[in-house]
Design a protein around this ligand. Structure first.
Ligand code: ADP
Ligand code: MG
Length: 337
């Protein structure tokens, strides 16, 4: 292998001209091949697009398993499409690498393509370049949506607040990996805990089908990649409402059972890198949501209620099991704070 073009041809050209049909990506007319890719959304649909950037040392450790990294690079973007109820059309991949390692590229592209095939989101183009230092990955996704759009500003007073999946595992895995990276060795129990939780951090499953199914049901929705408390606030701010959450109802990952409650609380309320959907819906939708949860085999939990905003109250109140307000100071993740 000599250079950029061999890398593209060998690892990132599955969706080029004649393979398009096999990919069942009807909307893509031209994939990897030319100066641009060409695609077309279904009639009466609009295009939703989003981009995420992942940097070595900031978003992932240099020694992370490359298959998982390929998976996650696309997963975090598919999660944004899901949060808009969008159906994936295709994606672009920007790749900056300090050097070329065939084995690494093979595993990375396999992780990427396995997820791309699972959710019919073909890789239709990108750019490959050498970086001076570290790996940088950037994916842009395209999906199709229909009106009315699932916007963060659409929460209604009296809505239930729902959450998919479980919370806390990714945060615990990150803390343990940071401890390891700092040169400390993990005890047997910690090793065990890391094995149980790291899949949530390294191979998150985007809620693609769920997001699309919620298009007709939810009022406001987002994925909580920066943590439940921080991301829920985006809905509250944009919808000009407040929320009450019940701590006892929050779905905690079973891997966390037995950990001190203060650690669990922080992981669940503040932990980031969570690719679950948080949404609001009218109480009249409860039965329908229970059915949807069973159909898709995805836990859906009602965790609180949307209330009117009062100036003397914080916008999110979390009640403990004695209905006392918890002082919540976990703000979630912010790159510049
Ligand atoms: P240009 O020089 O016009 O930007 P390139 O030579 O960089 O084109 O890319 C050639 C083709 O390969 C294009 O279709 C481009 O979208 C695609 N491509 C380049 N890098 C990647 C990548 N990392 N993943 C997918 N497709 C890629
Ligand atoms: Mg180029």
């Amino acid at each position: 292998m000599v250079g950029e073009f061999d890398v593209i041809k060998k690892f990132f050209s599955k969706t080029s001209g004649n393979q398009l049909h096999a990919d069942k990506s009807a909307g893509v007319m031209l994939g990897v091949a030319d100066d641009c890719a060409i695609f077309q959304p279904s009639p009466a649909h609009q295009i939703a697009t989003s981009m995420d950037l992942l940097l070595e040392g900031r978003h992932f450790f240099a020694d992370v398993d490359p298959y998982s990294l390929g998976h996650k690079t696309l997963a975090v973007n598919l999660s944004d499409l899901s949060a808009m109820g969008a159906k994936p059309i295709g994606c672009l991949l920007g790749l900056a690498l300090p050097s070329l390692h065939t084995e690494w590229l093979a595993a990375f592209s396999q992780g990427f393509y396995d997820l791309s095939e699972r959710y019919a989101c073909p890789l239709i183009g990108g750019d490959t370049t050498r970086s001076a230092q570290g790996i940088a990955l950037s994916v842009t996704v395209f999906g199709e949506v229909q009106k009315p759009y699932l916007q963060r500003s659409m929460a209604q007073i009296g809505d239930d607040i729902w959450l998919s999946g479980e919370l806390g595992a990714a945060h615990i895995a990150l803390q343990l990996l940071l401890k390891q990276q700092a040169g400390e060795s993990l005890g047997a129990e910690e090793q065990d805990l890391l094995e149980q939780t790291r899949v949530a951090l390294e191979k998150p499953i985007p809620r693609v089908e769920l997001g699309q199914a919620l298009h007709q049901i939810a009022h406001a929705m987002l994925d909580i990649s920066d943590g439940l408390m921080q991301d829920l606030r985006h809905i509250l701010e944009q919808s000009q409402v407040a929320a009450v959450l019940e701590e006892a109802k929050l779905p905690v990952s079973p891997a966390l059972h037995g950990l001190p409650s203060s650690i669990v609380r922080k992981a669940v309320l503040g932990g980031g890198d969570v690719y679950e959907l948080c949404f609001t819906a009218s109480p009249s939708q409860r039965e329908r949501l229970r059915q949807l949860s069973a159909e898709l085999s995805i836990p859906l939990t009602r965790i609180g209620t949307i209330r009117a905003r009062q100036t003397d109250q914080t916008d999110v109140q979390v009640l403990d099991r004695f209905a006392q307000a918890i002082e919540v100071f976990y703000s979630g993740f912010d790159h510049f704070s």
